[in-house]
Ligand binder design. Sequence first.
Ligand code: HAM
Length: 418
Amino acid sequence: MGIQAPLGFEDHLPDRMPIWRRIEETARKVAETYGYREMRTPLLESTELFIRSVGEVTDIVEKEMFTFDKGEKDSLTLRPELTASFVRACVEHGLFKKKAFQKLFYVGANFRKERPQKGRLRQFHQFGVEALGATDPLLDAETVLLALRFLEELGVPGVKTKVNSIGCPNCRPKYRDALKAKFAPIIGQFCENCRRRFDRNVFRILDCKVEKDVALTADAPRVQDSLCADCLAHDKAFVEALTRAGCDHKQDPRLVRGFDYYTRTVYEFTASGLGAQDAIGGGGRYDNLIEEMGGDKAGAVGFAIGLERVVIALEAAGKAPEEEWFSTRVFVTHIGPETRGPAFDLVRQLRGEGVAADMDYEGRSLKAQMRSANRVKAPWVVIIGGDELAKGVVKLRDMGKSEEVEVKPGELAGRVRE
Ligand code: HAM
């Protein structure tokens, strides 16, 4: 057995590209319809960036990052997500000085050292948007609607939206105290992870998937009872905007999400056909991150959708047919060594005129070349034989109609474009 790709790292073979291209094209089209501009940042970032943004006591930073030279000052990490990178890049390049409000999007790879399973990879791709520089709750609604529009255009089935507010630095301590007071007497009954979370990040206990712990938190205090007046007003305006847009959503007081940068609005999308990993996307507001990364105080909100999970959901619904996809419009055949050169010239000429053309490079017989043309579904085949060459014409075969005509090479491009 030869060398294989590492566990959790996938190849996207040519036959899978139609679905990937459709997803990426839809992402770009929908994001641009909503006024977002594409940006790209590096795959590697300084480790410090994620420790300071995602948070030290999160699953991602504690155990899921691919980090080089850990503990050293210039340690680097393969990005586990893109929000932190986007804020860093905007601050670093002074984008906010040019325009205080930026609407940006990305399609790109992320890396998390998770235990691979269906829908959970170590290299995965996200489509995400980040609206940076405004606190308007309508913007939270805009991002939710954009995500849903993307999923709807692709035909992802069974999409559900959960929303919550997790408060701000003013009211969050109150909620933290309420949770601690509730869990302190029973903390010994929780899993080891939660016992650790109790001191360092008690909110994450609500996110625990261990069945016993879920039961133990069933009557935990609700965040809504701790929110300050500003957070309540923000949440109300956000939820009203969703309702006005006819967006079906559910308030989920347990939704906390696994990043420290969130403030106020958080949301998550699930879809059918995904099995245990049913979160297809998630996002929320992060009103302090820009300042923490060295910018001015400015609000921001965004989401990311996992594209491998989009593929799985579409496949489960039979909406991602295994289509073979070829671009060749004209396949130029040749008979014998003396016609190979002219065939090559003709292929070059057609490509120069913008027509997708190809030929045989394996020294196959004419019959085998016709089979190659069929295999790549070329609608036209050109046959260059000695006789035609002498007459200064080529034979053009319409593969659909099985008809042949003689054509001058200069007229070929015009004929096959019709
Ligand atoms: P996240 O919830 O960690 O959020 O990731 C968003 C989506 O990426 C998930 O819902 C899931 O579909 C996909 N995903 C995450 N991990 C994996 C994995 N190991 N394998 C396959 N798919 C995965 C974020 O990343 C935030 N940066 C979203 C955000 C943007 N918040 C504000 N702006």
